[in-house]
Design a protein around this ligand. Sequence first.
Ligand code: SAM
Length: 461
Amino acid sequence: MSRLPDDFVENMIELLGDAEAEALFASFRSPRTHGLRINPLKICMSAKDDSCLRALERMFDLQPVPWCPSGYYYDERTAPGKHPYHQAGLYYIQEPSAMLAAELLDPQPGDLVLDLAAAPGGKSTHIAGKLRGEGLLVANDVHPDRAKALSENIERFGVANAVVTNADPWVLAERFPAFFDKLMLDAPCSGEGMFRKDPEAAALWSAEKVRQCAALQADLLDAAAIMLKPGGTLAYSTCTFNREENERTVESFVARHPEFAVVRTERIWPHRQRGEGHFVALLSKRDESAPAANGARGERRRTGAGKSGAPEKRAREAERMANDFVERMLPGYSPGPGSPLLFGEQLYWLPAPAVKPFRDGALDGVRLLRPGLHIGAVKNGRFEPAHALALAAPVGGTSENEISFPADSPEIAAYLRGETIVHSAARGWCRIAVDGYPLGWGKANGHLIKNHYPRGLRRRM
Ligand code: SAM
């Protein structure tokens, strides 16, 4: 790796002492760690039926990550990110230390959770797995391109109860005062913990960057404080070592917001544990505190009822067509409590806890990438299922229109490249799966299956 910046070296010696700082610097010369997190929405992790998990363990030489029950180290030569199971959303590739924050936040089914700086979605998919489809995840990122990648990862993971937004955190704070039970702020940081994984991070580091990051982190924390309910829990995490962005940021936050208390702080050091550098602070907001929502920034705008923008009749017709399709193709599937929502031609399923805020106008002016599960589109009087629906509805369909091929088959390779598949057993819409795990849609004519795998996800030859 490139030479370590002098100021960084001094900081670490001050933090750890000479001998331990030397051990830290030496760890930067050893290989980085690789991890993946199993998707409990798709893979059974109970001892009763763990056959898929055991198969993955053998394929990728998985070893458990001590601080995350669904997390595993993998042997990088097995390349799980390139396997079709990755496209099917069976796991998320995530640096092992990054798995600590959502474990400490510990969301429970039914919680309302905000992931404020969420792209590309490591922590959001972790949270969604813990929610088990109950409650609500609002996953936000301020950068449009990164928010798009976040939305794709949430789709791939098969999450039905998530809304993906692309908003400035202060805009969200105006709309959601004291709304969330749990809040994740995985803040932008100077990235010292990534020096081993990404040698460029050291080249981009400076003492000035640390100061700028600390100022941004304080601002994001202030916005986060508004959105948490009294009695709620906030996880603040960074992938950097210095105190300025970690302990000092948390201490000055608590000084500004006495209704918050630090529950615990944790660090992962690459010379002590098997993972890159990470810091997590867990904070609780006292129950008796008045919600910090008063004043200009805390006022929710109320702009009246339903915002579908489509005449009622068209919305009802779209819903009827979607219901027919689901009954035929995905019998027994329900995306959970919620309401249908038609945006132009596109039909979404708004998770129940988001229905009232949406009707109250809380999401007005917030760029919505995904107002819940994308069900499909109604075009020229016909229903076209969305890719997200194929991935969210679990395995188990029995119709001849659920077509599964083995992971190493030419059909799966062709499907993921966007090619037509020769197959005679089906007609109409069909769901293509790898070893029984859905990948996406196709449309069959009795001889061929036309490919409906999204263009942006197709593999190059
Ligand atoms: N939590 C993500 C995960 O686990 O995949 C990683 C988040 S990354 C450490 C920090 C994120 O903060 C980036 O995606 C960046 O786009 C976002 N960000 C930067 N400035 C921001 C701001 N002012 N408001 C909200 N998000 C911001």
